[in-house]
Design a binder for this molecule. Structure first.
Ligand SMILES: Cc1cc2nc3c(=O)[nH]c(=O)nc-3n(C[C@H](O)[C@H](O)[C@H](O)COP(=O)(O)OP(=O)(O)OC[C@H]3O[C@@H](n4cnc5c(N)ncnc54)[C@H](O)[C@@H]3O)c2cc1C
Length: 404
C-alpha cells in the first residue's frame, strides 16, 4: 500500500511537516485524546517527500508498493516541456513527435508537463504539436530552472496523475532534472536514447542506446518501476509537425511556493555571446579532425565554414588536442547534429564520431586515405590532401558568392 505513514510513538507534534508541505496536505489533529496534535495527511498529498525531509525525528515515512510489478493505474506518455524565458526548447517538439507514436501504439494519451512562470500561454503550441493534455504548473518559483523546485513539483504531478512513460530532452536541464526525479520516484532512467518503441507483447518501453563506447546498441527495459523514464538528445528524433486546429485539455497544477524549502537562488543569467552559429542549430557544419595536424590549421576549417555560412564542428581528437573548445565536439560524448550538409575534413569516421552525425542529410568527406571508414557513410567522398582540397573549395565558394 502506497502512502504516508506517521509513527505516533516518535512524532513530537512539532508541526514542522505542516510548514514544509508545498501542497497544504498536512493538518494537525484537534481534540484532547492520544492522537491530539498528530499530523494527518489529506487528499492533496502528492507523496513528494518534503515532509519526510523536514521531520527532525524521522517520524514520517513514505510506504511504496514494491516488487510485484508496476501499478496497473499508470498510463499515458508524458513529455517534459522544457522552456526557457517562455520559449519551448526545440527538443520538446521532437519528443512530442516520438511520444505521439508511443502513445498511439499503447492506445494512451500524450501529455506534456509544463513548468515555469507565466507559461500557461505555451500550452496551445504543445497541443498543436501532438499533446492531448498539458499539465501546467505556473508559479514565480519556477521562473528560472532550479533542480529543487522543478523536481519537487514534477514529482507531485507524477504522483497525482501516474504517467506510464516520461521523456526528457538530454539538455543540461533535462540531464539535471531527470535523474533527480528518477531517484525520488525510485524508478529507472535510460539516458541518451537513440531509439524508443513499445514492445507489442508486454507493452514495455524498449529504450535503445549505444553502449560500450558505441560498439553495441543496448535495449533497456524498466519492467517493474513506474514511470519508465528516458532522455533523448536534441536532433536525434524527427520534429513533430504542427496542427494549430488540434484540440487538447489544459490542467492547472497548484503550487504553494511559499511553503517550499529551496536552497538555491538564481542571481543572474548570462547568455553566452558568440559570433559563430551553434552546431546544434546549424544547417551546414564543417568539422575538422586530427588530419589537420596542428591548432593553427583549424583556420582552414573556419575559412571554409565562413564561406558557406556554416558552423564549425570537430572530432574528439581535435578537441582533446586543444585545437577547439569542447562545445564544438560532434559524437557520442559530444553533440548529436543533424544538418542538411555535414563536411568531415581529416576525420577518420570512428563509430563514436558517426554516432553524432550520421543522421545528416548529405555527408561530404575529405580524407587522403581511400579506406577511411568515413567514406562508408559519405554521400560524396573526396580522396585527397585536405591542405589542397579545402583552400581550393573555399576559394571557389568565395568566388561564387562574389566575396572575392
Ligand atoms: C567512449 C568514447 C567516446 C568517444 N566520443 C567521441 C566523440 O564524441 N566524438 C569523436 O569524434 N570521437 C569520440 N571518440 C574518439 C574516437 O574513437 C576517435 O578516436 C576519434 O573520433 C578520432 O578522431 P579523428 O577522426 O579526428 O582522428 P583520426 O582517427 O586520427 O583520423 C584522422 C584522419 O585524418 C586523415 N588525414 C590525415 N592527414 C590528412 C590530410 N593531409 N588530408 C586529408 N586527410 C588526412 C587520416 O587519413 C585519418 O583518417 C570517443 C572514444 C571513446 C572510447
Amino acid at each position: 500500500m502506497t502512502g504516508i505513514r506517521i509513527r505516533e510513538d516518535v512524532c513530537t507534534r512539532c508541526g514542522e511537516c505542516v510548514a514544509a508541505c508545498p501542497f497544504g496536505a498536512i493538518e494537525i489533529t484537534g481534540g484532547t485524546g492520544a492522537t491530539s496534535g498528530l499530523p494527518r495527511v489529506n487528499d492533496s498529498c502528492t507523496l513528494c517527500g518534503a515532509c519526510t525531509d523536514s521531520c527532525p525525528v524521522g517520524a514520517i515515512e513514505i510506504a511504496r508498493d514494491s516488487g510485484a510489478g508496476p501499478a496497473p493505474d499508470h498510463k499515458d506518455v508524458w513529455v517534459f516541456a522544457e522552456q526557457r524565458g517562455g520559449r519551448i526548447a526545440g527538443v520538446v517538439f521532437e519528443l512530442l513527435g516520438e511520444g505521439r507514436k508511443l502513445a498511439d501504439s499503447l492506445g494512451q494519451r500524450l501529455g506534456a508537463a509544463l513548468l515555469g512562470s507565466g507559461v500557461r500561454g505555451l500550452a496551445p503550441e504543445l497541443i498543436a504539436h501532438g499533446a492531448d493534455v498539458v499539465y501546467v504548473a505556473d508559479d514565480p518559483c519556477l521562473d528560472r530552472f532550479r533542480d529543487e523546485p522543478y523536481a519537487l513539483v514534477l514529482e507531485g504531478m507524477v504522483n497525482k496523475y501516474s504517467p506510464n512513460i516520461i521523456l526528457f530532452g538530454a539538455t543540461s536541464t533535462g540531464r539535471s532534472l531527470a535523474p533527480r526525479l528518477a531517484g525520488k520516484l525510485r524508478t529507472g532512467l535510460t539516458a541518451d536514447c537513440t531509439g524508443l518503441e513499445i514492445d507489442t507483447e508486454t507493452g514495455l518501453l524498449r529504450q535503445t542506446r549505444p553502449a560500450f563506447g558505441g560498439n553495441i546498441m543496448a535495449t533497456i527495459l524498466c519492467r517493474k518501476a513506474r514511470p519508465q523514464m528516458a532522455t533523448v538528445r536534441p536532433r536525434v528524433m524527427k520534429r513533430a509537425g504542427a496542427d494549430p486546429g488540434r484540440a487538447g485539455e489544459v490542467i492547472p497544477f497548484a503550487v504553494d511556493s511559499g511553503r517550499m524549502r529551496i536552497r538555491t537562488d538564481v542571481l543572474e543569467f548570462v547568455e553566452e555571446v558568440t559570433d559563430t552559429v551553434s552546431i546544434e542549430d546549424a544547417d551546414i557544419i564543417v568539422s575538422g579532425g586530427r588530419g589537420l595536424g596542428e591548432a593553427r590549421n583549424f583556420s582552414l576549417i573556419q575559412d571554409l565554414a565562413r564561406a558557406m555560412k556554416a558552423a564549425v564542428g570537430a572530432s574528439r581528437a581535435a578537441v582533446d588536442s586543444g585545437w577547439i573548445a569542447y562545445s564544438h565536439q560532434v559524437g557520442q560524448t559530444g553533440k548529436t547534429v543533424c544538418p542538411k550538409i555535414y563536411i568531415a575534413v581529416g576525420i577518420s569516421g570512428a563509430v563514436q564520431h558517426l554516432a553524432g552525425m550520421q543522421g545528416s542529410e548529405v555527408i561530404i568527406a575529405i580524407n587522403k586515405d581511400p579506406e577511411a571508414p568515413i567514406f562508408k557513410v559519405a554521400t560524396l567522398g573526396i580522396v585527397g590532401d585536405l591542405f589542397e582540397v579545402v583552400p581550393a573549395l573555399t576559394k571557389e565558394l568565395r568566388k561564387a558568392s562574389g566575396a572575392d
